[in-house]
Design a protein around this ligand. Structure first.
Ligand SMILES: Nc1ncnc2c1ncn2[C@@H]1O[C@H](COP(=O)(O)OP(=O)(O)OP(=O)(O)O)[C@@H](O)[C@H]1O
Ligand SMILES: [Mg+2]
Length: 139
């Protein structure tokens, strides 16, 4: 069986489409008959990645690859990158503006939750460069 790939473009600051990609991913996984616990984990990871790209980046893409034994999520944006990854991974750390916090974001829980729900988690980033997140969830 060949694997199945989904890919979504995420535009910066486009709150009208917030959660759209992760919700489409959820639907596609349901149609593939993936179990609901796994779908929930993928949904959390893709939603947090999607919101981070909308809020913190210049825009990017989220790819999902469904394999026989695992689901892989690739989130990649075009910058501006993260200065201190260890800090960004801490629960409660956020650079979100007051305006963003008013929309209900900026608790500083997105990255820690992505890691918590993942079997494998990798983040690469530095100032002036893309942020690239790779998550694997075993089936
Ligand atoms: N794609 C990204 N590009 C640039 N900076 C990012 C990106 N993703 C996260 N960050 C930085 O890492 C911080 C922590 O991210 P995290 O998702 O944990 O929290 P948050 O987005 O601020 O709040 P929450 O996710 O709880 O709404 C962000 O505030 C931001 O400074
Ligand atoms: Mg976030």
């Amino acid at each position: 069986m060949s694997n199945i790939q989904l890919c979504y473009n995420i535009e910066r600051q486009d709150f009208s489409k917030a959660g759209e990609a992760s919700s489409n991913i959820k639907k596609a996984l349901r149609q593939l008959g993936i179990n609901s616990g796994t779908i929930r984990r993928v949904a959390v990871a893709t939603y947090e990645a999607e919101m981070n790209i909308i809020i913190h980046s210049e825009g990017g893409i989220i790819g999902v690859t469904v394999d026989v034994d695992k689901i892989r999520i690739d989130a990649k944006d075009t910058g501006p990158g993260i200065e201190d990854i260890d800090m960004a991974m801490k629960e409660g750390y956020s650079t979100a503006t007051p305006e963003i916090r008013e929309l209900g974001f900026g608790a500083g829980m997105g990255l820690p939750n992505m890691k918590r729900y993942a079997d494998e988690f990798k983040i690469e980033s530095s100032v002036g460069n893309p942020t690239i997140i790779t998550i694997v969830i075993y089936l």
